[in-house]
Design a binder for this molecule. Sequence first.
Ligand code: NDP
Ligand code: GDR
Length: 371
Amino acid sequence: MKKKALITGVTGQDGAYLTELLLSKGYEVHGIKRRSSLFNTERIDHLYQDSHEGETNMILHFGDLSDSTNLIRIVQQVQPDEIYNLGAMSHVKVSFDTPEYTANADGIGTLRLLEAIRILGLQKKTRIYQASTSELYGLVQAVPQSETTPFYPRSPYAVAKLYAYWITVNYREAYGMFACNGILFNHESPLRGETFVTRKITRGVAKIALGLQDKIYLGNLDAQRDWGHAKDYVEAMYLILQQETPEDFVIATGVTTRVREFVRLAFAELGIEVVFKGDQADEKGYVAYCSNPDFQLEIGKEIVAVDPQYFRPTEVDLLIGDPAKSMSKLGWQPKYDLQGLVKEMVAADLELFLRDSFLKEAGYGIKNQYE
Ligand code: NDP
Ligand code: GDR
């Protein structure tokens, strides 16, 4: 019998990599996608098999974490062995603009899924993974952050995820469910959403090099993040649900890097040297210089600037995870380091925008459709 997995957030970055991983392991993968006025399955289209053309191991269901009856119906229909709850309003800055919605989808959404399992009497059959986050640590209490470090959330997103974390623990203890939190530190990839800082930078680097954009406007360049590759991190999600006992795990690389250093590394991939003036995040006039003739960039041109609109009302300054438990208990080891991640992301965005550059050269106007 094939194992069945149900993934919320299947159309997102992690949903796509996890679907690919589970299909490769012989799972039947069910995903919940939201109705949208435009196609929103770009990240998983290559994995989708049309049921008209024979047997398929990937089935999509319309649904939403804010709709309990819909979740109960899907869980009943699928009878999953494993649920991966990846669906969320996942942008920290946006959560300050949409705090109530974020609480509903990211916090109560998790409760709705747990309740669906309980109401349907599936607590002995269905294991559930909750996408918890290093944002829970928030204001620095201690570093590196591990499974025992106290939480101090700093955004409506993190507070909603704090509820989701504890309700997962509570359902494990109260009802004996195999319910686990993966406390994942930032993970990126060429599939990363365009408004997260790493992807914003790698897209900007590619567009600037190709003459399609003048400058990247960023917020706090001094924030420090522990960045890994999403491909490595979905392996950990899978391993967490294969253990004998349900537990929570930190997934991280153990290395932290400033946003400004990510900028430098990304430009360096294309041989462009960046020099920052000044080193205070709230100081205007950060500039970067480029001296690479390959991309016909004017030497000394300002290509990075700070725009305070990207600052957050409360910031998480420093994240550095301690992956010791996941390495020893799960046997998890990341295959990518930061350099490999940056290389892959810049190469992918360069390829993406080369197409636009050819169109521009051929005289076709390009609307700024990606911003
Ligand atoms: P993405 O933003 O790429 O994907 C989020 C997914 O959730 C999308 O499929 C989105 O659908 C879906 N979604 C949003 N709102 C709802 C809703 N109300 N009902 C159902 N689905 C919804 O996030 P990632 O793939 O990067 O992250 C996956 C999960 O892991 C998230 O929960 C995130 O908070 C968490 N996380 C992520 C980390 C990271 O560094 N990437 C680190 C730690 C935790 P649509 O495509 O229609 O928008
Ligand atoms: P984060 O990721 O908030 O850590 O949440 P993001 O990439 O948005 O920000 C990382 C750091 O970069 C700073 N920053 C900017 N951020 C964005 N988005 N845009 C900018 O222009 C910019 N300039 C500087 C931020 O202030 C921040 O310090 C991600 C999400 O995937 C969450 O869902 C997940 O839970 C956490 O990672 C772990």
